[in-house]
Design a protein around this ligand. Structure first.
Ligand SMILES: [Zn+2]
Length: 274
């Protein structure tokens, strides 16, 4: 069994990641990671795709069809399946994750911090302002790793979405936010690899030059997936540039495979790793 971290960089475009995120691309170049292009589900919106990433099914199947669909997940999901199999879970994430996997609607006071072994997210640290600094989010995620060593950890940073809605996905400000996240991860990833984690870095959707997302073009639909492995991992987990475009539906089965948790019948796609 592997311990797994999913780093979800909200609104991270595939092309901007390839151009601006030098540390992650270094890991690929050195074959310490595998890189894929993920084709995000539709519509390219946050709340529906948070659920798609964690359930491995399309929006119509899981029913979280809009950002205004505020309810708990009713589809087998990574947090639920992991805890049912005796794995421990944690998340440092936007409050919509609390609504999907802890309690809806989100209460800023009551739900901000969760430490409860009965929850799907057993250790949660949530934020509700879109401009919550990425450096603080990743610090909270790193703290959860160091304090609890959970088997599955989600770290979800919102900075690129916030900057993208203000300046657009082809702006210097957006690219500089990608550089900032890459530099934070350059500090965090070695610590997590040393602690025994496999780390997946991806986006839910991209960002257009019109400062938005929802549609079908590559600027909003193509997001990266980096799978960072320990140095002693077998070569098929350190492919470098895979050259593959893969469905976003394969992320959840991949996480379950790494956690050694059985894949439910609802997830129809195969994992990326054997
Ligand atoms: Zn957005």
């Amino acid at each position: 069994m592997n311990k797994v971290i999913v780093v979800l960089c909200d609104a991270l475009r595939d092309d901007v990641a390839a151009q601006a995120m030098g540390y992650l691309e270094h890991l690929v170049e050195d074959k310490r990671a595998s890189r894929y292009t993920v084709i995000a589900g539709l519509p390219t919106l946050s709340r529906p795709l948070y659920e798609t990433i964690h359930t491995g099914v399309s929006v119509s199947e899981h029913g979280i069809t809009s950002n205004n669909t505020v309810r708990r997940s009713s589809t087998p999901n990574i947090f639920q399946l992991a805890t049912a199999a005796g794995r421990t879970t944690a998340a440092a994430a936007y409050c919509w994750y609390s609504e999907l996997y802890v309690r809806a609607p989100y209460d800023r006071v009551a739900d901000r911090e969760v430490d409860d072994a009965q929850q799907w997210i057993q250790h949660g640290r949530f934020y509700s302002e879109d401009d919550y600094p990425d450096i603080e989010l990743f610090a909270a995620g790193g703290m959860l790793v160091q304090r609890f060593l959970p088997d599955y950890v989600l770290m979800h940073a919102m900075g690129l979405d916030t900057v993208g809605h203000e300046y657009g996905g082809d702006s210097a400000q957006y690219r500089n936010q990608a550089i900032l996240q890459d530099q934070i991860l350059a500090h965090l990833i070695p610590l997590c690899v040393q602690a025994g984690y496999m780390i997946l870095v991806t986006g839910d959707h991209g960002m257009s030059s019109d400062k938005n997302h929802n549609g079908t073009l590559p600027d909003v639909r193509h997001v990266p997936l980096y799978v960072v492995a320990p140095p002693d991992a077998p070569p098929d987990r350190r492919l470098g540039y895979s050259g593959q475009q893969v469905s976003q539906l394969r992320i959840a089965p991949t996480v379950l495979r790494l956690l050694d948790v059985p894949q439910p019948a609802t997830m129809k796609q195969p994992p990326l790793l054997s």
